[in-house]
Design a protein. Structure first.
Length: 296
Protein backbone atom coordinates (compact mmCIF):
# COMPACT_ATOMS: atom_id res chain seq x y z
CA UNK A 1 0.00 0.00 0.00
CA UNK A 2 3.03 2.28 -0.05
CA UNK A 3 1.90 3.90 -3.31
CA UNK A 4 -1.40 5.02 -1.77
CA UNK A 5 -2.12 8.42 -0.29
CA UNK A 6 -1.19 8.75 3.37
CA UNK A 7 -3.83 10.65 5.36
CA UNK A 8 -2.22 10.22 8.78
CA UNK A 9 0.96 8.77 10.24
CA UNK A 10 2.11 8.76 13.85
CA UNK A 11 4.43 7.01 16.29
CA UNK A 12 2.86 5.26 19.26
CA UNK A 13 4.13 6.61 22.58
CA UNK A 14 3.31 6.50 26.27
CA UNK A 15 1.70 3.06 26.48
CA UNK A 16 2.16 1.21 29.80
CA UNK A 17 1.64 -2.05 27.88
CA UNK A 18 0.78 -3.12 24.32
CA UNK A 19 -2.79 -2.26 23.30
CA UNK A 20 -5.19 -3.29 20.57
CA UNK A 21 -4.92 -1.33 17.34
CA UNK A 22 -8.60 -0.32 17.37
CA UNK A 23 -8.23 1.19 20.85
CA UNK A 24 -5.23 3.21 19.75
CA UNK A 25 -7.19 4.59 16.81
CA UNK A 26 -10.28 5.28 18.94
CA UNK A 27 -8.12 7.44 21.20
CA UNK A 28 -6.68 9.31 18.22
CA UNK A 29 -10.08 9.72 16.52
CA UNK A 30 -12.52 10.36 19.39
CA UNK A 31 -15.26 11.48 17.00
CA UNK A 32 -15.27 8.15 15.16
CA UNK A 33 -17.22 5.17 16.45
CA UNK A 34 -15.86 1.71 17.18
CA UNK A 35 -17.57 0.31 14.10
CA UNK A 36 -16.01 2.93 11.82
CA UNK A 37 -12.55 2.20 13.21
CA UNK A 38 -12.92 -1.56 12.87
CA UNK A 39 -14.34 -1.16 9.38
CA UNK A 40 -11.33 0.91 8.32
CA UNK A 41 -8.96 -1.76 9.63
CA UNK A 42 -10.96 -4.55 7.98
CA UNK A 43 -10.75 -2.73 4.66
CA UNK A 44 -6.95 -2.84 4.92
CA UNK A 45 -6.50 0.90 5.13
CA UNK A 46 -4.11 0.74 8.11
CA UNK A 47 -0.43 -0.21 8.32
CA UNK A 48 1.72 -0.93 11.35
CA UNK A 49 5.44 -0.49 10.66
CA UNK A 50 4.75 -0.64 6.92
CA UNK A 51 2.75 -3.86 7.14
CA UNK A 52 -0.94 -3.91 6.29
CA UNK A 53 -2.97 -5.03 9.30
CA UNK A 54 -6.60 -6.15 9.08
CA UNK A 55 -7.17 -7.35 12.65
CA UNK A 56 -8.66 -4.84 15.08
CA UNK A 57 -7.13 -6.87 17.93
CA UNK A 58 -3.58 -6.48 16.58
CA UNK A 59 -1.33 -5.46 19.49
CA UNK A 60 0.55 -2.20 19.12
CA UNK A 61 3.55 -1.16 21.25
CA UNK A 62 5.54 2.02 21.88
CA UNK A 63 7.65 2.97 18.88
CA UNK A 64 5.32 1.38 16.33
CA UNK A 65 4.52 3.57 13.33
CA UNK A 66 0.85 3.59 12.33
CA UNK A 67 -0.13 4.76 8.87
CA UNK A 68 -3.68 5.43 7.66
CA UNK A 69 -4.62 5.63 3.99
CA UNK A 70 -8.11 6.90 4.76
CA UNK A 71 -9.56 8.66 7.78
CA UNK A 72 -12.32 6.81 9.66
CA UNK A 73 -15.86 8.08 9.31
CA UNK A 74 -16.98 10.43 12.06
CA UNK A 75 -20.05 9.84 14.19
CA UNK A 76 -23.10 11.83 13.12
CA UNK A 77 -24.01 14.76 15.31
CA UNK A 78 -26.96 14.08 17.57
CA UNK A 79 -29.78 16.55 18.18
CA UNK A 80 -29.70 18.18 21.61
CA UNK A 81 -33.33 19.30 21.68
CA UNK A 82 -36.69 18.22 20.29
CA UNK A 83 -37.32 19.60 16.80
CA UNK A 84 -40.96 20.78 16.50
CA UNK A 85 -41.01 19.59 12.88
CA UNK A 86 -40.83 16.01 14.19
CA UNK A 87 -44.32 16.32 15.70
CA UNK A 88 -46.99 14.65 13.55
CA UNK A 89 -49.92 14.89 15.96
CA UNK A 90 -50.66 15.90 19.54
CA UNK A 91 -54.00 14.41 20.56
CA UNK A 92 -53.76 15.22 24.23
CA UNK A 93 -53.27 11.74 25.62
CA UNK A 94 -50.96 10.65 22.81
CA UNK A 95 -48.20 12.12 20.65
CA UNK A 96 -47.15 10.85 17.21
CA UNK A 97 -43.55 11.75 16.35
CA UNK A 98 -41.40 11.25 13.25
CA UNK A 99 -38.11 9.98 14.71
CA UNK A 100 -35.01 10.73 12.63
CA UNK A 101 -32.62 7.91 11.78
CA UNK A 102 -29.70 7.63 14.18
CA UNK A 103 -31.63 8.80 17.25
CA UNK A 104 -32.23 6.31 20.05
CA UNK A 105 -35.87 5.76 20.99
CA UNK A 106 -34.99 5.62 24.69
CA UNK A 107 -31.80 5.87 26.78
CA UNK A 108 -29.44 2.93 26.51
CA UNK A 109 -26.90 1.92 29.14
CA UNK A 110 -23.35 2.66 28.06
CA UNK A 111 -24.34 5.15 25.33
CA UNK A 112 -23.93 8.77 26.34
CA UNK A 113 -26.22 10.31 23.74
CA UNK A 114 -29.73 11.78 23.79
CA UNK A 115 -32.84 9.76 23.03
CA UNK A 116 -36.20 10.67 21.56
CA UNK A 117 -37.89 10.00 24.90
CA UNK A 118 -35.53 12.37 26.74
CA UNK A 119 -35.82 15.14 24.16
CA UNK A 120 -39.61 14.87 23.90
CA UNK A 121 -40.01 14.80 27.70
CA UNK A 122 -37.88 17.93 28.03
CA UNK A 123 -40.09 19.64 25.44
CA UNK A 124 -43.59 18.41 26.36
CA UNK A 125 -43.33 17.20 29.97
CA UNK A 126 -43.49 13.61 31.31
CA UNK A 127 -44.09 11.03 28.57
CA UNK A 128 -44.07 7.26 28.18
CA UNK A 129 -42.79 5.45 25.10
CA UNK A 130 -45.56 3.26 23.67
CA UNK A 131 -43.18 1.24 21.47
CA UNK A 132 -39.65 1.47 20.09
CA UNK A 133 -37.84 1.74 16.79
CA UNK A 134 -34.26 0.62 16.20
CA UNK A 135 -31.84 3.53 16.41
CA UNK A 136 -31.11 3.45 12.68
CA UNK A 137 -34.78 3.22 11.64
CA UNK A 138 -36.65 6.46 11.00
CA UNK A 139 -40.35 7.13 11.25
CA UNK A 140 -43.41 6.93 13.42
CA UNK A 141 -43.17 6.56 17.19
CA UNK A 142 -46.05 6.94 19.65
CA UNK A 143 -45.59 8.48 23.10
CA UNK A 144 -48.27 8.90 25.74
CA UNK A 145 -49.02 11.19 28.66
CA UNK A 146 -50.14 8.25 30.77
CA UNK A 147 -53.53 7.22 32.08
CA UNK A 148 -56.15 5.16 30.26
CA UNK A 149 -54.43 5.39 26.87
CA UNK A 150 -51.59 3.22 28.20
CA UNK A 151 -54.05 0.49 29.14
CA UNK A 152 -55.77 0.70 25.75
CA UNK A 153 -52.48 0.63 23.84
CA UNK A 154 -51.20 -2.34 25.83
CA UNK A 155 -54.40 -4.22 25.04
CA UNK A 156 -54.27 -3.30 21.34
CA UNK A 157 -50.66 -4.44 20.99
CA UNK A 158 -51.28 -7.62 23.00
CA UNK A 159 -54.26 -8.59 20.84
CA UNK A 160 -52.37 -7.83 17.61
CA UNK A 161 -54.81 -5.11 16.57
CA UNK A 162 -52.27 -2.35 15.89
CA UNK A 163 -51.66 -2.03 12.15
CA UNK A 164 -48.13 -1.00 11.19
CA UNK A 165 -46.65 -0.29 7.78
CA UNK A 166 -42.99 0.24 6.96
CA UNK A 167 -41.26 1.23 3.74
CA UNK A 168 -37.85 -0.27 2.93
CA UNK A 169 -35.44 0.16 0.04
CA UNK A 170 -33.74 -3.18 -0.57
CA UNK A 171 -31.08 -4.67 -2.82
CA UNK A 172 -32.13 -6.12 -6.17
CA UNK A 173 -32.33 -8.53 -7.84
CA UNK A 174 -33.65 -10.70 -5.01
CA UNK A 175 -36.07 -13.54 -4.25
CA UNK A 176 -39.06 -11.37 -3.35
CA UNK A 177 -42.30 -11.97 -5.24
CA UNK A 178 -44.68 -9.14 -6.11
CA UNK A 179 -46.28 -9.81 -2.73
CA UNK A 180 -46.03 -12.53 -0.15
CA UNK A 181 -45.66 -13.65 3.44
CA UNK A 182 -42.37 -14.38 5.19
CA UNK A 183 -43.00 -16.88 7.98
CA UNK A 184 -39.53 -17.64 9.35
CA UNK A 185 -38.65 -18.23 12.99
CA UNK A 186 -35.95 -16.06 14.57
CA UNK A 187 -33.51 -16.59 17.43
CA UNK A 188 -30.56 -14.65 18.89
CA UNK A 189 -27.44 -15.12 16.79
CA UNK A 190 -24.91 -17.60 18.08
CA UNK A 191 -22.12 -15.46 16.59
CA UNK A 192 -23.03 -11.89 17.63
CA UNK A 193 -25.00 -10.66 20.61
CA UNK A 194 -26.55 -7.77 18.68
CA UNK A 195 -27.94 -9.90 15.83
CA UNK A 196 -30.84 -12.26 15.20
CA UNK A 197 -30.80 -15.18 12.79
CA UNK A 198 -33.39 -17.40 11.06
CA UNK A 199 -33.89 -20.89 12.41
CA UNK A 200 -36.04 -23.91 11.57
CA UNK A 201 -36.37 -25.00 15.18
CA UNK A 202 -36.68 -23.12 18.43
CA UNK A 203 -36.63 -19.36 18.56
CA UNK A 204 -39.85 -17.41 18.07
CA UNK A 205 -42.27 -17.39 15.19
CA UNK A 206 -42.03 -14.20 13.11
CA UNK A 207 -44.42 -13.21 10.31
CA UNK A 208 -44.07 -10.37 7.80
CA UNK A 209 -46.37 -9.60 4.88
CA UNK A 210 -44.92 -7.52 2.06
CA UNK A 211 -45.70 -5.83 -1.26
CA UNK A 212 -43.12 -4.67 -3.81
CA UNK A 213 -44.20 -1.18 -4.88
CA UNK A 214 -41.40 -0.17 -7.28
CA UNK A 215 -38.27 -1.67 -8.83
CA UNK A 216 -35.11 -0.14 -10.31
CA UNK A 217 -31.95 -1.75 -11.68
CA UNK A 218 -30.24 -2.39 -8.34
CA UNK A 219 -32.96 -1.77 -5.76
CA UNK A 220 -36.61 -2.23 -4.93
CA UNK A 221 -39.08 -0.37 -2.74
CA UNK A 222 -41.10 -2.63 -0.47
CA UNK A 223 -44.08 -2.03 1.79
CA UNK A 224 -43.90 -4.20 4.93
CA UNK A 225 -46.63 -5.28 7.34
CA UNK A 226 -45.16 -6.99 10.43
CA UNK A 227 -47.66 -9.29 12.13
CA UNK A 228 -45.25 -10.03 14.98
CA UNK A 229 -42.73 -7.75 16.65
CA UNK A 230 -39.45 -9.62 16.99
CA UNK A 231 -36.10 -7.89 17.30
CA UNK A 232 -34.76 -6.89 13.84
CA UNK A 233 -37.60 -8.91 12.28
CA UNK A 234 -37.95 -6.93 9.05
CA UNK A 235 -34.20 -6.67 8.53
CA UNK A 236 -33.59 -10.40 9.00
CA UNK A 237 -36.61 -11.50 6.96
CA UNK A 238 -35.62 -9.37 3.97
CA UNK A 239 -31.98 -10.48 4.12
CA UNK A 240 -33.21 -14.09 4.28
CA UNK A 241 -34.79 -13.62 0.84
CA UNK A 242 -31.67 -12.03 -0.63
CA UNK A 243 -33.10 -8.52 -0.28
CA UNK A 244 -31.09 -6.87 2.51
CA UNK A 245 -32.15 -3.35 3.34
CA UNK A 246 -29.72 -0.83 1.86
CA UNK A 247 -27.39 0.61 4.47
CA UNK A 248 -27.90 -2.30 6.88
CA UNK A 249 -24.53 -2.79 8.59
CA UNK A 250 -25.69 -5.93 10.44
CA UNK A 251 -27.50 -7.92 7.76
CA UNK A 252 -26.32 -6.39 4.50
CA UNK A 253 -23.76 -3.77 3.52
CA UNK A 254 -23.29 -0.45 5.28
CA UNK A 255 -21.74 0.92 2.07
CA UNK A 256 -24.92 0.54 -0.02
CA UNK A 257 -26.51 3.68 1.47
CA UNK A 258 -25.61 6.45 3.90
CA UNK A 259 -28.29 5.23 6.35
CA UNK A 260 -30.52 2.24 7.02
CA UNK A 261 -33.26 2.59 4.39
CA UNK A 262 -36.13 1.53 6.66
CA UNK A 263 -38.94 3.90 7.62
CA UNK A 264 -41.93 3.36 9.92
CA UNK A 265 -44.56 4.94 7.69
CA UNK A 266 -47.99 4.34 9.24
CA UNK A 267 -49.73 3.17 12.42
CA UNK A 268 -53.47 2.58 12.80
CA UNK A 269 -55.06 2.06 16.22
CA UNK A 270 -58.29 0.02 16.18
CA UNK A 271 -61.78 1.47 16.62
CA UNK A 272 -62.91 -1.55 18.64
CA UNK A 273 -60.59 -0.48 21.47
CA UNK A 274 -60.32 3.29 21.06
CA UNK A 275 -63.91 3.94 19.98
CA UNK A 276 -62.74 5.49 16.73
CA UNK A 277 -59.90 4.52 14.40
CA UNK A 278 -56.78 6.61 15.01
CA UNK A 279 -54.37 6.77 12.06
CA UNK A 280 -50.94 8.40 11.96
CA UNK A 281 -48.57 8.79 8.99
CA UNK A 282 -44.88 9.76 8.99
CA UNK A 283 -43.97 11.25 5.57
CA UNK A 284 -41.22 9.49 3.67
CA UNK A 285 -37.74 11.05 3.67
CA UNK A 286 -36.84 12.45 0.23
CA UNK A 287 -34.29 9.70 -0.50
CA UNK A 288 -36.99 7.03 -0.04
CA UNK A 289 -39.26 8.22 -2.82
CA UNK A 290 -39.30 5.98 -5.92
CA UNK A 291 -41.06 6.77 -9.19
CA UNK A 292 -44.10 5.15 -7.63
CA UNK A 293 -44.68 6.41 -4.09
CA UNK A 294 -46.75 4.63 -1.46
CA UNK A 295 -50.14 5.94 -0.54
CA UNK A 296 -50.12 8.31 2.40
Amino acid sequence: MTDQIVTDQFVVQGLPAPQRLDRILRARYPHSGRQAIQQLIGQRQVEVNGRTVWLASWLVANGDVITLHRAPATLPSHPQRFDPTWLIADEGDLLAVNKPAGLLSEPRRGLDRPSLLQLATAHFGPLTLAHRLDRDTSGLVLLTRGGEVNVLLARAFQEGLVHKEYIAVVAAPNRLQQSGVIDVRLRPSQRRRDQMEPTERGGQRAITRYEVIAVAADRAWVRLFPETGRMHQLRVHLAYLGAPILGDRLYGSAHSASRLMLHAHLITLPAQIFGVERRFVAPLPPDFTPNQTPDS
